[in-house]
Design a protein around this ligand. Sequence first.
Ligand SMILES: [Zn+2]
Length: 480
Amino acid sequence: MAASTRSMQYALQKAMAPSLVVILGATGTGKSKLAIEIGKRVQGEIISADSMQVYQGLDIITNKVTAEECAQCRHHMISFVDPLVSSYTVVDFRNKALALIEDMHSRDKLPIIVGGTNYYIESLLWKVLVDTGQEDKESGKEKEEGGATDRKEELEKLGGAELHKRLAEVDPEMAAMLHPNDTRKIARSLQVHEETGVPHSHWLEKQRGQEGGDGLGGPLRYPDPCIFWLHADMDALDKRLDARVDEMLSLGLIEELRDFHLRYNQQKVQDQSQDYQHGIFQSIGFKEFHDYLTAPEHTTQQERDTLRDKGIEALKIATRRYARKQNKWVRNRFLKRPGDCVPAVYGLDVTDVSRWEETVLNPALQILDSLRKGEQPAVEPIRVEGVEQRNKRSHHTCDVCDKVIIGDLEWTAHLKSKKHHYHVRKKRKLDDAAVPPASSVETAPCLSQDTSSVVAPGCGESEESSRDSRPTDKEVPVTL
Ligand SMILES: [Zn+2]
């Protein structure tokens, strides 16, 4: 008994260093291939962290692994949600995936996460999701149906000024960090308070206060994950992405889309209730073919071909755009992110496919081997140099211009702006006219209220949602 417990512990320890492997990289960088090769060698099992692959159907366009690939290494989280379900969330994913990881650890298997979808991966790496329900949905790009969102939309209709006033009453800390024009975020904070009875800022503080929290999110869920980032020269990747679309076409992409449309979307289109914002219907490559798939009966073959070609072109553009977005996320969330809770990321250059074993597979295996032995890998993790710590939610008031500016970067930009200098000169002239020159002192034109002691509420938000703060973050005159 004691012996078996000991061996179990030993096995666990062995499996826990690293606790899991994560393979990041834009679409088309060969994440699945690397995952399978690693999995075969280290007793690993693969978890797909892709919000479209969870659904049944559209196997080609969502780039699912083939049956052949599946046979080489066990895969999870693929093709188990009915395509007509539109309410599958990142929380559902997280709960199921965490249970899987636990199970793998108990069986001495190394979980290999392959992604995929940014907020799906984040939900596994960091304890970032405040469980109010809404927060979780917010961090996903899917807007879920149901009361929670309706309430938020209802709130948003009240307008920024009114919302900001209400938030200042129940959660002044949060209100100070949000621009009054940032209706979406203010409404969310209000809603968190309404639903939980606890101010949103307290939730975030609690999250940060957890051991290892660093102010930008919760602590890491698993210590020292081994993270690989597959990156490539963008020109090379673009070519590869185009080629991949062509390959999808030869694999029967058009037939797959047509079949899926007939089974799941045609009726909706006829009822004018088609919705490309939810569930699998958001998948890149489906909506792009809407015109082609819904062309009326009398459409000539030539017209059909034109529509199809347009769809293919749109698919290529959307794919390239998505690849850039994925890379940007890695830079923002891993490489530029300050704090202690950022795991090391090992870069692997996948530009030259002909040298894949030499430049990708072997280095990855060596790094993993070192980590498993508790040694320092020969390759250094990537770090973007010169990233200063900045507070995206700091609150600044420019008295000269009578403006509220949120965020350190925006504040610096404001101080350098023509408008600000114009107001400073104007003020100086006025002061000079009013006061004898001798007493004119160097004016300190702008006061900055440092709120860095307050938690930055970026936690738990994906790139998608935090980008949504639109240009109002810049310079908008406000009277508070
Ligand atoms: Zn100013």
